[in-house]
Design a binder for this molecule. Structure first.
Ligand code: 3PG
Length: 306
């Protein structure tokens, strides 16, 4: 079987070497496509691939249609909103993710972002400390739980909300359960967003929630830019000069936000939450193993389009 690693944002070399070793060790063919830019290039490269390993790369219906031999796509990471699941299912292509494998890197970035904003983006102005402040974690999954543990270790109060977890499960994870998303925002000096981008969540964080945050609060988004209602965010920052926003991937209106709000906003130039050697190795190798196992035994444990 031909297994193509297609990453516009490449993995660390050590991760690529490890993937190659697993693929070739199991008797498969390894192929690599990096920094390809255009989706048409990916479609062409995928034409004779039996399996694909991707990151945030767009696996559209066009790519899937061009990949006539494709049997499985593994998103080396958590969020699979970049893959057209309906088109994949229609073609009988199995789609998996590698949950948890890059979570620590994203959680570390969320903590770093809180400190970066508390310390006025490392400018000489007087900042604040995060110890003693409350962080509200919106979605208490693999990343959210790690953010909670790290924040608690830094002396923060941690609360969380998650539509898929009971209050007992949230408490067992070390956070105070918030009664609702609204209550979480209203009572948190920092809100750290960890919801996936789905039809239900896209645009769900807007003016009302953001302006309900306490004085001087900061919204931290290491999830997806799509979950923020950008017009609502802009108006919230306008009406509440005490609020701040930091995000791992620029909103479409970032130029305007930066111009209007200066050091109260910050966006990473490229999504970098999972961009550590460790996360690349963990997620990349897990993806390779999942594909090899799928071909060897039909193991579909991490399938997301069942
Ligand atoms: C994820 O969903 O796993 C993260 O957002 C990481 O995405 P990346 O692999 O494109 O860095």
């Amino acid at each position: 079987m031909k297994i193509l690693v297609a990453t516009d944002k490449p993995f660390a070399k050590k991760a690529v070497d490890g993937i190659r070793e697993i693929v070739e060790g199991a008797g498969h063919e390894f192929a690599l496509l990096e920094k390809y830019g255009d989706g048409a290039v990916l479609a062409e490269a995928a034409a004779d691939a039996d399996a694909l390993i991707v990151r945030s790369d767009k696996v559209s219906a066009d790519v899937l249609n061009a990949a006539g031999r494709l049997k499985i796509v593994v998103r080396a990471g958590a969020g699979f909103d970049n893959i057209d699941l309906q088109a994949a299912s229609a073609k009988g292509v199995v789609v998996m993710n590698t949950p948890g494998q890059n979570s620590n890197a994203v959680a570390e970035l969320a903590i770093a972002m809180m400190i970066f904003m508390a310390r006025t983006q490392f400018t000489p102005s007087t900042g604040t400390e995060i110890a003693g402040k409350t962080v509200g974690i919106q979605a208490f999954g693999n990343v959210g739980r790690l953010v909670g543990a790290k924040a608690a270790a830094l002396g923060m109060k941690v609360s969380a909300v998650d539509p898929f977890l009971s209050e007992e499960q949230i408490a067992a994870g070390g956070a105070e359960p918030a009664v609702s998303v609204e209550a979480l925002y209203a009572n948190s000096d920092y809100v750290s967003v960890h919801i996936p981008a789905t039809p239900q969540t896209i645009g769900s964080i807007g003016y009302k929630l953001i302006t309900s945050m306490p004085k001087g609060a900061t919204l931290v988004n290491t999830a997806r830019k799509e979950v923020i209602d950008e017009a609502g965010l802009e108006k919230a920052l306008e009406d509440r000069p005490d609020l701040k926003y930091i995000t791992d991937v620029a909103p479409d209106n970032y130029g305007t936000l930066k111009e209007k709000f200066g050091l109260r906003v910050f966006a990473t130039p490229k999504k970098m939450g999972a961009q550590t050697a460790e996360a690349n190795i963990n997620a990349g190798l897990a993806a390779a193993r999942q594909i090899v196992n799928y071909f060897a035994t039909g193991d579909t444990r991490f399938q997301v389009n069942k």
